[in-house]
Write a protein that binds this ligand. Sequence first.
Ligand code: NCD
Length: 309
Amino acid sequence: MNLKGKDIISIKDFSKSEIDFILGYAKKMIPFAQGKTSTSLLQGKILSSLFFEPSTRTRLSFESAMSRLDGRIIGFADPTITSQKKGETLADTIRMADAYSDVIVLRHPLEGAARLAAEFAEVPVLNAGDGAGRHPTQCLLDLFTILTEKKNIEGQNVVLLGDLKYGRTVHSLAYALSLYGAELTFVSPKSLQMPKEMVEECRNLGVTPASTTKLEKVINKADVLYVTRIQKERFPDPEEYNRVVGIYQVNASMLTNVKNDLMIMHPLPRVTEIAPDVDMTPHALYFKQAFNGIPVRMALLSLVTGVVL
Ligand code: NCD
């Protein structure tokens, strides 16, 4: 399968067989991702890492992935030190990164920014999160994590919890899980429900998600509990945020009657929605999930630059 030159803007840009192929290829990257063996696969290639919004895992794992492949990285983690401060447009910044590198990773607060960037760049653009829009590479590492732990995705009972309105990771994941035939339950306060068009996307793929405000009603049946942070920075009205802050907190005492192999996932960062006492339980998969960002992003960088193992 040839993904050379492909932009990764939304998970919807991929067919199921392309996703299967990427996840299979990511598995081969694990020994390199762990530093157990080395490769010079992307020697001579340059990644532009352009982060207009805060990030820890996404940026560091992309940069680690590029380094593990022996490629180089240019870029910024703070747009206030760039010419954007002088009024440069995103389109012009992208034109420059396009001329200076072989692949661009972009995180931006505006939905649609990555799609716009892809129009101005010849080299592939990977969307590392565009506002409340999409986060396709996170989605791929989430799928990779479920697949590695559970062996298949079809039929898994997956509960998505928290801020389903502004959380971009769950927008991508709900679609992808539907593509694989998982059973979906959405748990959120009424004001933070999954947007209607995204529920419709699931329905179009043959999945009808259940929806509730009460985690306790559904947690015991779950195979996967995917927890999200309330996206404070995306609320137009701070009062709206104050009404929902701290509304869900998963803690160890809630896990007494759950399935033995319940996996708890979180794209991180967490604030208060998962108590630290969950970390010590066998259900906590979020740190392993964060590691999986490296092999998955190594696979993507290799595939879109067209230099493959
Ligand atoms: C998420 C994001 O940026 O959308 N983090 C991540 O990429 N791992 C989730 C969040 O910020 O809550």
